[in-house]
Design a protein around this ligand. Sequence first.
Ligand SMILES: NC(=O)c1ccc[n+]([C@@H]2O[C@H](COP(=O)([O-])OP(=O)(O)OC[C@H]3O[C@@H](n4cnc5c(N)ncnc54)[C@H](O)[C@@H]3O)[C@@H](O)[C@H]2O)c1
Length: 460
Amino acid sequence: MHTIKNITCIGAGYVGGPTMSVIAQKNPDIKVTVVDLNKTRIDAWNSDDLSLLPIYEPGLDSVVKEARNRNLFFSTDVDKAIDEADMIFISVNTPTKTYGKGKGQAADLKYIELCARQIARVAKNDKIVVEKSTLPVRTADAIKSILNNTGNGVNFHILSNPEFLAEGTAMADLENPDRVLIGGENEDAIQALVNVYAKWVPKAKIITTNLWSSELSKLVANAFLAQRVSSINSISELCEVTGANVDEVANAIGMDSRIGSKFLKASVGFGGSCFQKDILNLVYIARSYNLNEVADYWQQVISMNDHQKQRFSSNIIKTLYNTVNGKNIVFYGWAFKKDTNDTRESAAIYVADHLLDEEANIIVYDPKVSAEQVYSDLDYLGTRGPEENRRFVTVVNNPVAASKGAHAIAVLTEWDEFKSLDWKSIYANMFKPAFIFDGRNVLDKNSIVEIGFSYKSIGK
Ligand SMILES: NC(=O)c1ccc[n+]([C@@H]2O[C@H](COP(=O)([O-])OP(=O)(O)OC[C@H]3O[C@@H](n4cnc5c(N)ncnc54)[C@H](O)[C@@H]3O)[C@@H](O)[C@H]2O)c1
């Protein structure tokens, strides 16, 4: 049986960094090296000042502090790390394709293929290759084909080990996962990876399946989670016109043990790098097998989410007397959810885009997101030029000062600190009527209304 001494992880992002930190923490006898092409990112992982780690995730700094330079290393020397490893995790990004066949739906597997080719080129002894990235079902076939046609006599075993952590709670999710999923064909290889996790995860929670079930399960898990958000968001609109209250409805249905209470929080819509991309990918796969009803069914989860974001910004415009031209709208929050600095696919980006179309001025405050990131998210949309984005959007680091001369406040991320801001001073700073649009239903309506605000939330 394989005993693993050296693990390499290609990709030092939101998954590779935290996952490998915990694997290294729990397996002090295994040397874990995380590599990335992005030197700035690796330098940040190696920074002495732990507040400069490239990823904000509560609890990550202390685990990095414990394991780094003991048995956890961050490097840009990909070839060397591949050569040394018995087990290689591929944890690179798999974004939605922006060109060619499958544009806007299929996962772009170019980074995965590059990794496979690099492993094939460098490897001199047998290796277990673990798919950690989220991949379309049957990707392992392609990886196998690249690895097994090198002609250098090296044996590769491919495993699928999708990651179920959620950003913002990644460390707790890794420490105490609901389950660890390992798909594979070779029993020894599967066992070798089981042993790594068994250092801290109870055996009963480590499940093994065939490769294809494992690959598909990750896409399906995200699709089901996103579907719950879109389902409750669809009901939020119905609540608003009928006088029902979406929180009350969510509570009432969530207490049914067959439904369950989690992920029934109505909001401006889901974001993040995974939900939309993975559902689009599922839709694309279904379509490619001519399963059009299956594809349409899941596509609707995305359409509902787009509608919810659009509905939120339209409501701001309508409430501000049908024009936001030249008005100052303050965004509290830019990250796609609290406790992360990740902004990929954040609802805030799309709400801002819509309001900028109407020539509003936007002032952004987020405790963990830099001005550079806000501008780069807007520039990436390509709706307007970088100069215009910088002219109409200001990023500030004081939430109360941000409200000076504001016509409205929109809460886009559920950061805890927003609940206890100095709302009286904020009110005093603003034009009247002073509007709040709470896209996360986080503020206490009674105290906010008592101060004098006109308060609008989702689904009430
Ligand atoms: N972010 C999440 O919450 C989450 C959760 C579960 C699964 N996933 C999946 O995990 C994968 C990684 O996601 P992420 O959020 O960590 O992405 P990320 O963009 O944060 O990190 C990926 C890293 O891989 C690096 N990279 C790309 N190609 C490389 C190469 N050839 N050699 C070396 N480095 C390379 C990039 O520079 C980048 O730093 C994706 O497939 C994603 O779907 C993400």
